[in-house]
Ligand binder design. Structure first.
Ligand code: UMA
Ligand code: ADP
Length: 457
């Protein structure tokens, strides 16, 4: 316990990639801070100790007394604000923020905030390609994972950029008081993280914070949850992939048919034929439309936008085509970590070819209700193979429509799928679950799937 006459300074809660980025940022500003983490051996500890050997670090729990004395708590996304010790500090009027708040306070360049249950990484990656094509310097960071991406604050280690494109999770938005985005969008909403939120409504409320202080808002007309607040003064842009929803009005992106061909359109102007797109599935049509709308709101010319859109083939682990073996197509959708994502992948692959998908699913369900999967599996799948911790939950949700097999490993699941599939079928890994019961992350799960498929060649 610190003597009450000493100042504790800021306290970073959580020592993962976010906590480390906050430490670097505060150290560069010469601010006083310390770190707490409920884990004994948090992932960034070794790097942290190497960089900040003298900074106080409390592990294995959140020391309540210390939190109450903090000048401000900077809470990592993985720690809910309803965590007992954090909630007590909030009650005692200790200021609380997150890394995105600090980022917002530090940058004056316009910022694009992209949230939603699914499609965020795809949309921000496509936006980055569009900004590149337009010659506008940008920083890309936030929730998205992978070796080329970084927590938002680490973007400030680089020369300042003309624009910042942030993928934002509901967890990050919870701690963001005022994002003040130039352009904000909620792509869609389907249940996820139900182990952290008490209802879909509270999950949506966190996401809606993306709109606070936004100058322009992009609305997905196919998703009521993406609507802008009623009293907003922001400029609105709309998009839809709904059948004949495009009424040709200005500011609306949609689909139009001409001479038997489907086009992306802006109002009544045809932009490009959808068959020119390299990504599969209706959900990716929606993602492309979102990116085009955001880029238009950012003032980028349509020809530059379409140049990037034509080239973009999507990110790995998202409905990624892997191989064709003995007439069977293999797809890796390891990033399908919730029910909505797996439904999108199944529907995307089943267009014109229903009932021919062999699905490999399972892992950590995060409190999800899997019953919504049943009708889609019934329509799209011939067989289902389950892996992981929540395989029994999935099996009981799907038992009425298929007879799921349980596999002990991903390799075994692939082997069973191969035996069950016929030429003309697709084998799809789309777990509807997080990966951390059996794998380090979704990338490792997807890479092991690809290896298992390649081993059969
Ligand atoms: N944790 C503890 N005790 C602590 C702190 C964290 O047990 O004191 C646990 C959390 O419950 C969580 C894990 O540690 O299970 C990681 O939490 P964290 O806040 O340390 O996470 P970071 O390493 O900082 O990574 C976070 C995002 N992770 C989460 O929100 C869980 C990363 O998104 C993001 O890339 C990174 O910040 C940089 O912005 C990953 C993710 O899974 C991709 N996001 C979820 C998703 O996309 O569904 C929201
Ligand atoms: P996020 O960053 O939000 O997790 P990704 O772009 O990484 O989104 O895609 C995650 C998964 O969600 C993909 O594997 C795909 O199956 C599914 N998906 C992508 N876009 C959409 C969408 N617009 N609607 C529903 N599902 C989607």
């Amino acid at each position: 316990v610190v003597n009450s006459s000493e100042t504790v300074g800021k306290i970073i809660v959580g020592l993962g990639s976010t906590g480390l980025s906050v430490a670097r940022y505060l150290a560069a500003k010469k601010e006083k801070f310390m770190v707490v983490d409920s884990r004994n051996n948090p992932p960034a500890l070794v790097d942290f100790k190497a960089m900040f050997p003298d900074v106080e670090c409390h592990l294995g729990g959140f020391p309540q007394q210390l939190l109450l004395q903090a000048e401000e708590l900077i809470v990592s996304p993985g720690v809910g604000l309803d965590t007992k010790e954090i909630a007590a500090a909030i009650d005692a009027k200790v200021a609380v923020c997150g890394d995105i708040d600090l980022f917002r306070r530090a940058v004056s360049s316009p910022l694009i905030g992209v949230t939603g249950s699914n499609g965020k990484s795809t949309v921000v990656a496509l936006l980055a390609e569009i900004f590149k094509a337009a010659g506008i310097s940008y920083g890309l960071g936030g929730n998205l994972d992978g070796k080329n991406f970084k927590p938002a604050l680490d973007l400030l280690q680089e020369p300042r950029k003309q624009y910042y494109i942030l993928e934002l999770s509901s967890f990050q938005l919870e701690t963001t008081a005022r994002l003040g985005a130039e352009i904000a969008v909620i792509l869609n909403l389907s249940a996820d993280h139900m182990d952290r939120y008490e209802s879909l409504k509270s999950y949506l409320s966190a996401k809606q914070k993306v709109f606070v202080g936004a100058k322009q808002i992009v609305v997905n007309n196919d998703e009521p949850a993406s609507a802008a607040p009623e009293d907003t003064a922001a400029v609105l842009w709309n998009y839809t992939i709904g059948e004949s929803q495009n009424d040709g009005s200005a500011n609306t992106f949609g689909l139009l048919d001409q001479a038997g061909e489907q086009f992306l359109a802006f109002g009544s102007n045809l932009l490009m034929a959808t068959r020119e797109l390299k990504m599969v599935g209706q959900h990716n049509l929606s993602n492309v439309m979102a990116a085009i709308a955001v880029a238009t709101a950012a003032g980028i010319s349509m020809s530059q936008i379409l140049t990037a859109v034509r080239k973009f083939s999507g990110l790995p682990h998202r409905c990624q085509w892997v191989a064709r073996l003995d007439g069977i197509e293999y797809y890796n959708d390891s990033k399908g970590t919730n029910v909505g994502a797996t439904i999108a992948a199944l529907e995307g692959l089943s267009q014109g070819n229903a009932g021919k998908v062999v699905l490999i699913a399972g892992g950590v369900g995060k409190g999800a209700d899997f019953s919504e999967l049943a009708p889609v599996v019934n329509r799209c799948c011939s067989h289902v193979i389950l892996i992981g911790e929540d395989a029994p939950l999935l099996a009981s949700a799907l038992g009425g429509v298929v007879s799921p097999r349980i596999a002990n490993s991903l390799e075994q699941a692939v082997a069973i799928a191969k035996d069950l599939a016929d030429a003309g079928d697709s084998i799809l890994l789309s777990p509807a679950c997080a990966s951390f019961d059996m794998f380090e992350n979704f990338q490792q799960r997807g890479d092991l799937f690809i290896q298992a498929v390649e081993a059969m060649q």
